[in-house]
Design a protein around this ligand. Structure first.
Ligand SMILES: NC(=O)c1ccc[n+]([C@@H]2O[C@H](COP(=O)([O-])OP(=O)(O)OC[C@H]3O[C@@H](n4cnc5c(N)ncnc54)[C@H](OP(=O)(O)O)[C@@H]3O)[C@@H](O)[C@H]2O)c1
Length: 254
C-alpha cells in the first residue's frame, strides 16, 4: 500500500506516518522541512521516501505527487493533511498571507485529488483522506481565512464521496477539534483563557492518527475527534451558536 501524506514533518501528519508505517505501508512523506522528514524516515527505517516541497504552490505540489507515483508506484491512499492557521481579527489579517493559506489548505488538496483520481478510478480502488477541521463545521471568530478553507475542504470532500460512490474509491473527511501539536498549542495561546475555553476537550495526534488509519481500513465517511464534538453533527445550529457566543476573545496585542 503506497500512502502519500502531505505535512508529514510534524504533528498529525507525522503521527499518521508512524501509524501507516506500522501497518506495513510504503510512505511518501511531503513537507518543506527536509531535515525533519529525514529524521522521521531514518527512524522509521524502511519503506519511507521523503519529498521536500512548498505545497502552497498547487502546481509544485502536483509535480511532487507525480514524482511520488513514478518512484513508489500508484497511490493507494492520499492524505491531504498539510495546513496552516491564521488567528487574527479580519482587518488585521494580511490578505496575501490569507491567500497563501487558501492555496495550501484548499487549492492544493483539490489539485492533488484531481491528479490522483484517474489512476484510482482505473484500478477501482483507493482512498482520499481530507484533513478538514471543526472550524469547518462550527466556525470560530478571528480565523477568517482558516474558516473559509476548512469549510471549503470539508464540503468538497463530503460531496466527492457521494460523487465517487460505487467506483471503489473512498473519501474520508476528518474534522479534528483542538489537538496538541505545534499548531494547536500555539493557536490557543492567542486567545484569552476563559472558563469555557478551559473546559474544551483536547486530543492527541497519536490517537487521531490511529482513528484515521482505522477509518481508511473500514472505509468510513467521516471522523470527528475528540468524540465530544460530534454534537455539532446532530445539533449544528446549536453548535454554531455556541461557537460564536462563547469563543474566547483574542489576547490584546499590547
Ligand atoms: N492541531 C489542531 O488542533 C488541528 C485542529 C483541526 C485541524 N487541524 C488540521 O490538521 C492538519 C495538521 O495540523 P497539525 O496540527 O499537525 O499542524 P502542525 O503541527 O503545524 O503541522 C503542519 C504540517 O503542515 C506542513 N506544512 C505547513 N505549511 C506547508 C507548506 N507551505 N508546504 C508544505 N508543507 C507545509 C508542515 O511542514 P513544514 O513546516 O515542514 O513544511 C507540517 O508538517 C492541518 O491541516 C490542520 O489545519 C489541526
Amino acid at each position: 500500500m503506497h500512502v502519500v501524506i502531505t505535512g508529514a514533518s510534524a504533528g498529525i501528519g507525522e503521527a499518521l506516518a508512524r501509524e501507516f508505517h506500522k501497518r506495513g505501508a510504503t510512505l511518501s512523506l511531503l513537507a518543506r522541512r527536509k531535515q525533519k522528514l529525514e529524521q522521521l524516515a531514518k527512524e522509521l527505517g524502511s519503506r519511507s521516501y521523503i519529498y521536500s516541497a512548498d505545497l502552497a504552490d498547487p502546481k509544485a505540489a502536483a509535480a511532487t505527487l507525480a514524482e511520488c507515483a513514478r518512484a513508489q508506484g500508484p497511490v493507494d491512499v492520499l492524505v491531504n493533511n498539510a495546513g496552516v492557521q491564521i488567528i487574527a481579527a479580519a482587518q488585521d489579517t494580511d490578505p496575501d498571507e490569507g491567500e497563501r493559506l487558501l492555496a495550501l489548505n484548499v487549492a492544493t488538496p483539490l489539485r492533488l485529488i484531481h491528479d490522483v483520481l484517474p489512476s484510482m478510478l482505473e484500478r477501482k480502488q483507493g482512498t482520499i483522506v481530507n484533513m478538514a477541521s471543526m472550524a469547518g463545521l462550527s466556525p470560530v471568530p478571528n480565523m477568517l481565512y482558516y474558516n473559509a478553507s476548512k469549510g471549503g475542504l470539508g464540503n468538497a470532500s463530503e460531496a466527492l464521496r457521494g460523487e465517487l460512490a460505487g467506483t471503489g474509491v473512498n473519501v474520508l473527511t476528518v474534522y479534528p477539534g483542538p489537538v496538541h501539536t505545534a499548531m494547536g498549542d500555539s493557536g490557543i495561546e492567542k486567545y484569552e483563557a476563559t472558563s469555557v475555553a478551559e473546559m474544551a476537550p483536547w486530543g492527541t495526534a497519536e490517537e487521531l492518527a490511529s482513528l484515521v488509519v482505522r477509518g481508511v481500513e473500514l472505509r468510513e465517511a467521516s471522523i470527528i475527534y475528540p468524540r465530544a464534538y460530534a454534537i455539532s453533527r446532530w445539533f449544528p445550529n446549536l453548535s454554531r451558536w455556541f461557537s460564536l457566543r462563547f469563543a474566547p476573545p483574542l489576547k490584546s496585542q499590547s
